[in-house]
Write a protein that binds this ligand. Structure first.
Ligand code: PRP
Ligand code: ADE
Length: 242
């Protein structure tokens, strides 16, 4: 074995030298004295994780304006879909681009961590809320709770009827999916009239959950859907002039 690979023959690091010269305490760089923080201790790991979170939160905050530009330019508009007079915002190109997809999820995770710390459940709405709600929930260490259209979920459910930009629908959530007092966020791709999100809010309150915020990628602000919602709202993009 050459000297460069023989650990016992290597020059001691300054940390080891300092340790061995300070009154022969017997500690080494891997066994620091009681006064030095032991990097293996849980409290220090928490501190390092918290510091890491703060720096990644700062990085994500700095990247937010450019993320918004990228998201906006990825959107495609389809006139008269699914019915005449609707200018449909197609979000699928975001998910066709893994870098943009990852940036989106990271931005939403960072937002939730920064604004709320602990989140118990990400309540996402069928179908397009399911594209990113589960990823955000996983990264937050939170439950993913699906809100689905009528007749899709088995077992006992809570129901809430709502009016959409183009029709009437019923949302359902499985009973027991949210525990009393759980800190929840509602997540969906878009708020138009606000009917879908308001119905999700109704389901959360039927289960005695604590709704922290409604989170959307896009708000069609001219439809004033936010007026139907009784919790704070976070949106990445506002779009479409009247
Ligand atoms: O604010 P609102 O007027 O309620 O409209 C917004 C909802 O409409 C769209 O879903 P849609 O019901 O078309 O279902 P999909 O996601 O399954 O396409 C959209 O994904 C929102 O969930
Ligand atoms: N204009 C729109 N584009 C995409 N999804 C919608 N859901 C309701 N209105 C919509």
């Amino acid at each position: 074995m050459s000297d460069s690979t023989n650990i016992s023959a290597q020059k001691p690091s300054p940390a080891v030298l300092l340790g061995s010269s300070s009154c022969n305490t017997g500690f080494t760089s891997s066994h620091p004295p009681a006064t030095s923080p032991d990097p293996t201790l849980e409290s220090n790991q928490h501190r390092h994780h918290a510091e890491g979170r703060q720096s990644s939160a700062a990085a994500a905050a700095a990247e937010l304006p450019s993320l918004k530009v990228k998201l906006r330019s990825a959107l495609r508009q389809f006139p008269d879909f699914p019915s005449e007079g609707i200018l449909f915002e197609d979000i699928m190109p975001i998910f066709a681009d893994p870098i943009l997809h990852e940036m989106l999820v990271t931005a939403l995770v960072t937002h939730c961590q920064t604004a709320f710390g602990k989140v118990d459940a990400v309540v996402a709405l069928e179908s397009r809320g399911f594209l990113f709600g589960p990823s955000v929930a996983l990264r937050l260490g939170a439950a993913f709770v699906p809100v689905r259209k009528q007749g899709k979920l088995p077992g006992p459910v809570e129901r809430a009827e709502y009016q959409k930009e183009y029709g009437v629908d019923v949302f359902e959530m499985q009973q027991g999916a949210i525990k009393e007092g759980w800190r929840c966020v509602v997540m969906d791709d878009l708020i138009a009239t606000g009917g879908s999100a308001a119905a999700a809010g109704t389901l959360i309150s039927k289960m005695a959950g604590n709704l922290l915020e409604y989170i959307f990628l896009i708000e069609l602000d001219f439809l004033k859907g936010r007026d139907k919602l009784d919790a704070p709202i976070y949106t990445l993009l506002s779009t479409q002039e009247k």
